[in-house]
Design a protein around this ligand. Structure first.
Ligand SMILES: [Zn+2]
Length: 389
């Protein structure tokens, strides 16, 4: 913090606070639904080029990448934020400003992370901070819901930078004290039950896919999920049937299973699969002789690994020290973020808040208050420079 270049860069975030917020508004006004991040990626790549990053590209998966090269390529740290939001295609992404707050879907998650990438690159460039290693800035796709971490998965397994990354830092949402070093594992399923279908009166007795799903949900809802390690399940979507007086020929649901511990996740997973089979068997057992059987299909649509970057690893210690230097008490935390993927590959990874405060995340009323954002950016800069040298 006492190095003149760095001290200047830290002041940069205070002096340019308004300009950073204006940039966040521009980024967040560009729609970015799951699998619809391209326009935002184009914008970000133009910004990367404008800031003098090299090797700027949008990769095969849709991630936007740009390298800020130090005197050597390694250590190479990926600094990322996710471009996608949870909101569907026809959402109004217009940003509304009321007093200190900005309102827009995705304004904080992860609009404040995306603008942090630009602010950090700009500060390092403007103050000409000499670095030993290099930073690969990355706007990722597919962090939320159905994305299944496809962006960061590509980056670390198939992309041209895979195998060259020494550490990973993602900015996701606001805040100052949180250091997410543990990856919260999850499994997501789509369950489909199909059958012959028929008339509600005339064919009564045929096995009913919606009834089978009801039995399945009832079984899952009775699962005694432990509080410690925290374990949760959710039937988030249910669909099926066509008419009130028709026995449906299909029913489907989407289920999210999570646990802080891999063992518990496996236990819940086994219970869930068994509950689905038993529920369909039960419905089939009630059918009339000779009626066709219901068919069950259980598809894994998302899987995020559990794991951690140890609290005594250099990256986590750096983040703890940087947080304390800014007068904030650090808090180690567990969540499901882009860091899950590098953690599962044994690459040191953490997720940090990008400063400021927010509320109503993942809802249309999502808001972000940029006051105090500079502290989040300062912390980020210290961690990055501490790692790349
Ligand atoms: Zn997020």
């Amino acid at each position: 913090m006492s190095t003149p270049h760095v001290a200047q860069a830290l002041r940069f975030f205070e002096i340019n606070a308004d300009a950073i917020t204006e940039e966040q508004i521009r980024i967040c006004s560009i729609p970015a639904s799951p699998f619809g991040e391209a326009e935002r990626a184009e914008y970000l790549s133009r910004k990367f080029s404008g800031l003098g990053l090299t090797e700027v590209e949008i990769d095969e998966e849709g991630n936007c990448l740009g390298l800020l090269r130090g005197s050597s390529q390694s250590p190479l740290m990926v600094v990322s934020a996710h471009m996608d939001t949870v909101f569907p295609k026809d959402t109004n992404f217009e940003v509304v400003r009321r007093e200190n707050k900005l309102f827009a879907p995705g304004i904080a998650d992860d609009g404040c992370g995306l603008v942090a990438l630009l602010a950090l690159a700009q500060a390092i460039q403007a103050e000409r901070i000499p670095m030993d290693g290099s930073i690969l800035f990355a706007g990722t796709v597919g962090e939320e819901g159905e994305g299944n971490l496809r962006g960061v998965r590509h980056l670390f397994t198939k992309g041209r930078w895979a195998k060259h990354v020494d550490a990973f830092l993602s900015f996701d949402g606001p805040g100052l004290d949180r250091i997410t070093n543990r990856a919260l594992g999850s499994r997501r399923y789509r369950v489909e039950v199909t059958g012959p279908g028929g008339h509600s009166w005339g064919d009564f007795g045929l096995p009913n896919p919606v009834h089978a799903l009801g039995r399945a949900i009832s079984r899952l809802a009775a699962y005694p999920a432990p509080k410690e390690p925290r374990t949760t399940f959710n039937v988030g979507r249910v669909e099926g049937g066509r008419s009130v007086n028709a026995i449906p020929s299909e029913a489907a649901m989407e289920v999210d299973l999570r646990s802080a511990a891999e063992m518990e996740l496996q236990r819940l997973d086994a219970f869930f699969r068994r509950a689905m089979r038993d529920a369909v068997d039960e419905e089939n057992a009630k059918r009339r002789a000779g009626d066709p059987l219901l068919k069950l299909k259980v598809d894994l649509i998302g899987e995020r690994p559990t794991g951690e970057t140890p609290a005594d690893s250099p990256l986590v210690e750096l983040a703890i020290e940087a947080t304390k230097l800014l007068g904030v008490q650090p808090r180690l935390d567990q969540a499901s973020t882009d860091s899950n993927l590098p953690i599962s590959l044994g690459i040191p990874a953490i997720t940090l808040g990008a400063g400021g405060t927010s509320g109503s995340s993942h809802s249309l009323d999502e808001w972000y208050d940029p006051r105090g954002r500079d502290l989040g950016l300062k912390r980020g800069l210290l961690v990055i420079l501490g790692l790349v040298g």
